[in-house]
Ligand binder design. Structure first.
Ligand code: F3S
Length: 377
């Protein structure tokens, strides 16, 4: 089978899914982002699927990026031999398929998606980010379907690719001001938990910085099936969405709700920052904060993308002496390395959700400054 046949195979597969989920309608896409890159999450069947697609001669037809892997590119995380080997096979297959192996769940750092363009992004936090903060249109596309859509050049035209499907269905009033990424994430988690689905129109909130926007989107899509919220004053075209709103539900989020989710489960084995992957500013903040206090007693892990890591490689290598471990292109959720730990403190609502469920690890959810202090407790 050659490139043409492989593309035909992908087109047929996407059309079949479209028959089931969007009345056969499809939408051309500008970019795709695939999840299910870690061997821990896809296992041997996933590896075989990717290798088979690559051996058929398939190639993506739109710019396509890939999520983090089970192993970091700096070789810091220790994993068993089979995981390391399978991870190499996965990356090789993705490269053969023409995927840009950026190993980041925050590809919006370098893929400048424009408002009202269509995409097939499989990572829920990234899908929620570009819908909410760019008004770029994507559904939370399952990983294999995102890859097949990238090869075909189109995706099933589900509701979020239509103006009607993007009308706000609930009004959310946030009655307090998130001061940091943790509080922004908890607001996202609470909205998700209370509504479960639909498109919230959120008023009264101003997210203080980029890290807060990332945390909000990640937590919202972790605690619900929601991957699009209209934030008054922040989402492009928000006024138009406000006029189109058809709200069936109204809720309010208060400061006391946020305090309820903060929890400290004692002194942790390690501290974890960077879910979704941290930007350069956050990486440097952690390194400087630890450097100010001297070497930490417990490891402080920070996930970032390989691209961001390159920019701070000198500082990252030096930080190992401070017990700060920078993970390029991996995270403690998708790497089996996390299973060596019994308890973690993190400032990420998404990491707290998945690390406890996937790895059975005790998790404290605390402010970033408090997490760092715990590394010295
Ligand atoms: Fe990214 Fe890992 Fe969190 S892939 S969103 S850092 S779970």
């Amino acid at each position: 089978m050659g490139l043409r046949e492989a593309r035909e195979y992908a087109r047929e597969a996407v059309l079949k899914v479209a028959d089931a989920v969007s009345g056969g309608e499809v939408v051309p896409i500008d970019t795709a982002h695939v999840s299910g890159v870690s061997y821990l999450t896809i296992g041997d069947h996933g590896v075989e699927f990717l290798k088979r697609l690559a051996s058929l001669g398939a190639r993506v037809s739109v710019f396509t990026t890939a999520n983090p892997a089970a192993v970091d590119t700096g070789g810091v995380l220790e994993v068993d031999r089979r995981t390391a080997e399978a991870q190499r096979e996965i990356i090789a297959a993705l490269r053969a398929l023409g995927v840009s192996v950026v190993l980041s769940c925050a590809p919006y750092e370098f893929v400048l998606v424009r408002p009202r363009t269509a995409h097939a992004w499989a990572e829920s936090s990234a899908a929620a980010y570009i819908n909410t903060f760019k008004d770029a249109w994507t559904d939370k596309v399952p990983g294999p379907l995102a890859l097949l859509s990238a090869i075909a050049g189109f995706a099933p035209r589900t509701q979020l690719y239509t103006p009607e499907g993007r009308r706000p269905t609930a009004l959310v009033r946030v009655a307090f001001k998130p001061r940091d990424p943790l509080e922004a994430g908890i607001v996202g988690a609470l909205i998700g938990e209370r509504l479960g689905h639909g498109v919230p129109y959120v008023s009264g909130i101003r997210l203080p910085d980029e890290a807060s926007r990332r945390e909000f989107a990640a937590a919202l899509s972790t605690y619900s099936s929601i991957v699009f919220a209209v934030i008054e004053g922040a989402t492009p075209n928000w006024a138009e969405y406000a006029r189109a709103a058809d709200p069936g539900e109204r809720i309010e989020i208060e400061g006391s709700d946020v305090q309820r989710l903060l929890r400290c489960a004692g002194v942790p084995d390690a501290v974890y920052v960077g879910c979704p992957l941290a930007d350069v500013e956050t990486v440097l903040w952690v390194i400087n904060e630890v450097a100010r206090r001297g070497p930490a007693r417990r490891p402080v892990y920070v996930s970032t993308s390989p691209a961001a890591y390159k920019l701070v490689e000198r500082q990252a290598r030096a930080a190992l002496r401070l017990n700060v471990v920078i993970l390029a292109g991996s995270c403690l959720v998708v790497s089996p390395h996390a299973r060596r730990l019994k308890s973690i403190a993190t400032d990420s609502a998404k990491a707290a959700f998945y690390i406890s469920r996937l790895h059975g690890i005790r998790v404290s959810l605390c402010r970033r400054e408090d997490c760092i202090k715990l590394a010295y407790a």
